[in-house]
Design a protein around this ligand. Structure first.
Ligand code: ATP
Ligand code: MG
Length: 564
């Protein structure tokens, strides 16, 4: 084992390992395992969310770091809730996050015949029996956390009778729910999971892969450890709610004839403020049309975050930052946004888009003239180069970059008689504000200083404010979707009637974008100068662009918190 990667880790580095990586390194050092094999085992009954991303980064990350492999396995043992659409979306999301299962794509349903065989083995050893209690009676016999359960009257059926009944369950002789196969463990166990848990149930349901071939389906607690063992998984990492199931996991593998014995390790699931993570709740949001779909940019799904403009790196950095522990807690949504901004600051090209346009006419600029200015694409990344931005007599600026009378000495935007710098272009002085009959400002008459071309200071005079703008004749009509949290309470329980944020999306239908954005594609991310980070939506068209706001430029919440 002297070449194992684990040995390269210094004791100091080791101190920073999470408890799962510590176990993995110990197992490599002691020679218990030579190759680490993990798996990510989603049930294809919904789209993946940010909690799954934590699990994906952990499982695939460990495999990568220790030169092992990570399997993608669909835990498809519940035929009524599972669909191919989910299988496809899950694969897309794992790939997008930057991970690769190579040839190791598996389905629990591929093991149905083997699982059946292991059930027969347990029956033959007197370790499983067919129970015929009604579901209500079964619940009654189960006992409570403080009272032991009682043995079912069917518990002592002979092995031959159990084998016969189980076979006939498979052959479709009985109605759904008439019988159930249970492990024979201990009805008095203080751990309710060990009170003769169900292994197989009868269910006449079409399965997305096996079709109508099966009328009985294995329970998760039976299928999961066996699937792990069949694939030679070394470390079966799951969330804390399975801690009580670990004795059953071990019991199952210990009592069947199988080579591998994976180790189940539990960690705390990710919870995040302003977010619900239950797939059941997310499905309900979709089904009740409270969001536009699984990929609604407000959803905590990976597909929603992708459409919103979050980057795979931001999600991976976030997962690394929150780490892995055994303590349940709740992570601030603003931490995820921090990693999103962090990444976008380096990779998002800068462009000019006016959200709420106000028309500017430059009275001393020649009519019909167009100049093109070189604009740097990203000051953080010189390799990003420059683009050309057209300038002409009529422009749009932001409505809130103008006030008729400057409110105070610190007001550096435009006011009648004041001068500002137009980014990449000229200095501009406002001469007059034109109003409609209702008194609304509809247009500004301004003059420019031809000496200030490119935005430099012609005579050293101070101009503090710099505004973004677009040339009216060249601007592309744009719809901007501004998002806020889907829930208005920081720790939602999932009561949509009282907890959904009524202002979670605000549409700005009249925005104007610089013409270079005609070439952008859906999914491209930008920093709109002075405004925020935005991602082009798939609904965007050439003559009417659509952008989703990914994040504001700064953490506005931090400001809110400070003010309070
Ligand atoms: P949900 O409770 O939302 O329906 P689930 O646990 O049933 O989720 P699975 O498809 O079974 O969903 O999850 C696949 C893997 O992702 C499991 O190993 C599970 O433990 C892990 N996982 C699910 N939710 C989280 C979370 N919030 N944080 C970390 N890991 C999670
Ligand atoms: Mg699950």
């Amino acid at each position: 084992m002297d070449t194992a990667p684990a040995d390269a880790t210094s004791p100091a580095e080791k101190a920073n390992l999470d408890f799962i990586r510590e176990i993995v390194e110990d197992d490599l050092r002691t020679g218990k395992h030579q190759t680490i094999v993990t798996r990510f085992p989603p049930e294809p009954n919904g789209y993946l969310h940010i909690g799954h991303a934590k699990s994906i980064c952990l499982n695939f990350g460990i495999a990568q770091e220790y030169g092992g492999r990570c399997h993608l396995r669909f835990d498809d043992t519940n035929p009524t809730k599972e669909e191919t659409e989910y299988v496809d979306s899950i694969q897309e999301d794992v790939k997008w996050l930057g991970f690769d299962w190579g040839e190791n794509l598996f389905y629990a349903s591929d093991y149905y015949e083997k699982l059946y065989g292991f059930a027969v083995e347990l029956i033959s050893k007197g370790l499983a029996y067919v129970d015929s209690l009604s579901p209500e009676d079964m619940r009654e016999y189960r006992g409570t956390p403080t009272e032991p359960g009682r043995n079912s009257p069917y518990r002592d059926r002979s092995i031959a009778e159990n084998l016969d009944l189980f076979k006939r369950m498979r052959e479709g002789e009985f109605a759904d729910g008439a019988h159930i196969l249970r492990a024979k463990i201990d009805m008095a166990s203080p751990n309710l999971t060990m009170r003769d848990p169900a292994l197989y149930r009868i269910r006449r349901a079409h399965h997305h892969r096996t079709g109508d071939a099966w009328l009985i389906y294995p329970m998760y607690d039976f299928a999961h450890p066996i699937s792990d063992a069949l694939e030679g998984i070394t470390h079966s990492i799951c969330t804390l709610e399975f801690e009580d199931h670990r004795p059953l996991y071990d019991w199952t593998i210990a009592n069947i004839t199988i080579a591998a014995h994976p180790r189940q390790i539990e960690f705390a699931r990710l919870n995040m403020t302003y977010t619900v993570m239950s797939k059941r709740k997310l499905l309900q949001l979709v089904n009740e049309n409270l969001v536009s779909g699984w990929d609604d940019p407000r959803m905590p799904t990976i597909s929603g975050m992708r459409r919103r403009g979050y980057t795979p790196k931001a999600l991976r950095d976030f997962a690394a930052a929150i780490g892995v522990t055994k303590a349940n807690g709740i992570v601030e949504l603003s931490l995820l946004e921090h990693y999103v901004r962090n990444d976008l600051n380096f990779v998002a090209p800068r462009v000019m888009v006016v959200n709420r346009p106000l028309k500017v006419v430059i009275t001393n600029y020649p009519e019909g003239q167009v100049e093109h200015f070189d604009a740097e694409n990203n000051p953080e990344d010189p390799a990003a180069g420059t683009r050309q931005v057209p300038f002409s007599r009529e422009l749009f600026i932001e409505q809130d970059d103008f006030q008729e009378v400057p409110p105070n000495k610190k007001y550096f935007r435009l006011a009648v008689g004041s001068e500002v710098r137009l980014k990449h272009a000229y200095y501009l002085t406002c001469q007059e504000a034109i109003k409609d009959e209702a008194g609304n400002i509809v247009e500004l008459r301004c003059t420019y200083d031809p000496e200030s071309r490119g935005g430099g200071t012609p005579d050293g005079r101070m101009v503090k404010g710099t505004l973004h703008w677009v040339s009216a004749a060249h601007a592309i009509p744009t719809e901007i979707r501004l998002y806020d949290t889907l829930f208005s309470v920081s720790e939602p329980t999932g009561d949509f009637a009282t907890e959904l944020n009524p202002n979670s999306v605000q549409i700005l239908a009249g925005a104007m974008a610089e013409p270079s954005l005609a070439e952008a594609k859906a999914g491209d991310r930008f920093q709109f100068l002075r405004i925020g980070y935005f991602c082009m939506d798939p609904e965007s068209r050439g003559d009417r662009l659509v952008f989703n706001r990914t994040a504001t430029l700064k953490d506005t919440w931090a400001k809110v918190a400070k003010r309070q």
